[in-house]
Design a protein around this ligand. Structure first.
Ligand SMILES: [Zn+2]
Length: 250
């Protein structure tokens, strides 16, 4: 993945400041996948998006991720390191470069005379389903491509539970990483805590801290040398750091 320039990242951050978490996640995904039309991004399978965001995170901030978690049993604050590379591996070993950008990924389930085709849910599907009275049924109806029972077309509401379960398994197998769960044992009480890692909000928090640091650098260098913001942002991080050290020494 090509590392996006500092100016583009700052622009994405500035836009995201006024957005809800959903909008921020989309901005990050757009940064991660400039090759895909923005309008199509919410339709990409959820697991593919998670893998894209992990790839962006590694490109921007490296392999080590610090995670804080509260023990579900005793409430102890746990802080530990995660390896973004290993996590990316657990996302089915699919790199964002080789992932299909079509977004039209369909799984097929055949069971008890049923023949069902189902589209892998994207973020747009999850959001729409979450607003419905019955999110499960809504998601099933949204992503059902076709359902035939003994040669007769059927609707999503007619799918028996075993078929629904088989669809869920097929989706999980085809799009791993849609739910990234980490498990940690508490050093105090030994109980294991499982938590979902929300890479979009994690990455946004990091980007926010990074952007505020960069703006401070721009302020210091502009004051010291009279350079413009684009000139300062065009410097490599190494040179920026070096000039900052020189300023501090004077
Ligand atoms: Zn504990």
């Amino acid at each position: 993945m090509a590392i996006t320039g500092a100016a583009e990242l700052l622009a994405a951050w500035e836009t995201g400041l006024g957005e809800a978490p959903v909008g921020r996640a989309l901005l990050l995904h757009r940064t991660a996948r400039p090759d895909v039309d923005t309008g199509r991004l919410p339709q990409l399978p959820v697991g593919e998006r998670e893998a894209d965001l992990f790839a962006l995170r590694r490109a921007l901030f490296g392999e080590r991720m610090q995670v804080r978690l509260e023990c579900a049993a005793c409430g102890t604050d746990m802080e530990f390191d995660l390896d973004a590379g290993q996590l990316a591996g657990s996302l089915g070993g699919r790199s964002s470069a080789s992932a299909p950008a079509s977004g039209e990924s369909v799984v097929r389930v055949q069971l008890d005379g049923w023949d069902v085709e189902f589209r892998l849910p994207g973020v747009a599907d999850l959001q729409a389903a979450a607003r419905a009275a019955d999110p499960r049924a809504a998601l099933l109806a949204r992503c059902l491509v076709s359902a035939v029972h003994n040669g007769t077309a059927a609707a999503a509401g007619e799918l028996p539970v075993p078929v629904q379960r088989r669809i869920a398994e097929a989706v999980e197998a085809a799009d791993p990483g849609a739910d990234l769960v980490i498990g940690v044992a508490c050093p105090e009480c030994g109980e294991a805590t499982r938590a979902e890692l929300d890479i979009a909000s994690y990455l946004w928090t990091e980007l926010d801290a990074w952007a505020r640091d960069v703006l401070l650098d721009v302020h210091l260098l502009a004051t010291a040398y009279g350079w413009s913001e684009p000139e300062i942002l065009a410097l490599s991080p190494t040179r920026r750091r070096y000039y900052l050290e020189l300023c501090a020494d004077v």
